[in-house]
Design a binder for this molecule. Structure first.
Ligand code: DP6
Length: 325
């Protein structure tokens, strides 16, 4: 009743922003991401008859706060599936996701937890079933089941039975790289969960955001298929800007951007003016991720590192889906 799984984080090029069901974590739009090789979570789950509650260690430290409750709530779903309501687990997670780089460790975290827990109980889940369960831990995590480019189908059913991720192209389809630009700015004030909720409930721009997704998705998938970097980059950058525009229309309004965020965005636009194709995307925090091609790695990295307020630049390639150790 013990298993270890490793899952990588992912960066959305078409963002998941808005839920239609908060409990089941059902999104209002499809999203598309690239799984990254640089950042991952490794999790061991052992179910034991002698335990009376779950125990969770993150990076060798016992966790008892809100993070613990999210883990036990998620294990409840696994227990329900397995019809083992009183079987508790000891969980050990190691995060190789620099939280300072603005990557949600919840994506790789819940994907690794789901995979290890399901394997420990021999549930024999297909990737699709695994993605569906993972989604209920954290939405973006359902995309981390697969490597390469991945699409999360929002689904139509009320019970979430058709809301899961599917691979768009395998890890080795195309060598697109991502630089995570780390800023000295402080931690975010509005979580993605709260930010999404507020936007759905109050932003007049939200419905236009949702309406704009199908054509962005169709075009970006075409671009990925043809390995058309400019097409993919332009769509991803514009999609990110639209997502962030919805937050400015919310009540009360908010933004995840800092002055350095804008400086990085402008630098990326300058890179393009100088003939180097590079595009940015930003999640629910101030840090910026820059997409580029391998031949421009050095130039892109050097220029990003020079921006005042940038403390680090971490490079990543396309990564693989869940693996078992
Ligand atoms: C901006 O997956 O962290 O990164 O489902 O509430 O856990 P919950 O949210 P989460 O949201 C990610 C939002 C995003 C865009 C994306 O990854 O698609």
């Amino acid at each position: 009743m013990k298993a270890t799984a490793k899952a990588h984080t992912n960066i959305a090029l078409i963002k998941y922003w808005g839920k239609r069901d908060e409990k089941l974590i059902l999104p209002t739009n499809n999203s598309l991401s690239l799984t990254l090789d640089g950042f991952y979570t490794k999790t061991t789950v052992e179910f034991r008859e002698d335990l009376t509650e779950d125990i969770f260690y993150l990076d060798h430290k016992l966790v008892t706060d809100e993070q613990y409750h999210r883990v036990t709530k998620f294990l409840d779903l696994i227990r329900e599936y397995a019809q083992e309501k009183t079987l508790f687990a000891e969980v050990h997670s190691i995060n190789e996701v620099p939280t300072a780089a603005g990557f949600a460790s919840s994506a790789s975290g819940f994907a690794a937890l789901a995979a290890a827990a399901a394997r420990a109980l021999n549930l024999g889940l297909s990737d699709q079933e695994l993605s569906k369960i993972t989604r209920q831990g954290s939405g973006s995590a359902c995309r981390s089941i697969y490597g390469g480019f991945v699409e999360w189908h929002k689904g139509m059913e009320l019970d979430g039975s058709d809301s899961y991720a599917v691979p768009v192209s395998p890890q080795d389809h195309w060598d697109v790289r991502v630089a995570a630009v780390v800023l000295s700015a402080k931690m975010k004030k509005v979580s993605s969960r709260e930010g999404m909720r507020r936007t759905v409930e109050t932003s007049p721009f939200f419905s236009s955001w949702v309406d704009s997704i199908p054509s962005d998705l169709e075009d970006i998938k075409q671009g990925i298929k043809e390995r058309d970097f400019e097409k993919v980059g332009q769509i991803a950058e514009a999609n990110c800007l639209k997502m962030h525009a919805t937050t400015l229309g919310a009540n009360p309004p908010f933004t995840y951007w800092h002055d350095t965020t804008l400086a990085v965005m402008q630098t990326v636009q300058q890179l393009r003016e100088n003939g180097i194709p590079a595009y940015f995307t930003i999640d629910a925090g101030p840090n910026v991720k820059v997409l580029y091609l391998p031949e421009n790695e050095e130039k892109v990295q050097d220029i990003l590192r020079e921006i005042p307020g940038v403390t680090d630049v971490k490079l990543s390639r396309s990564g693989q889906g869940v693996t078992y150790i």
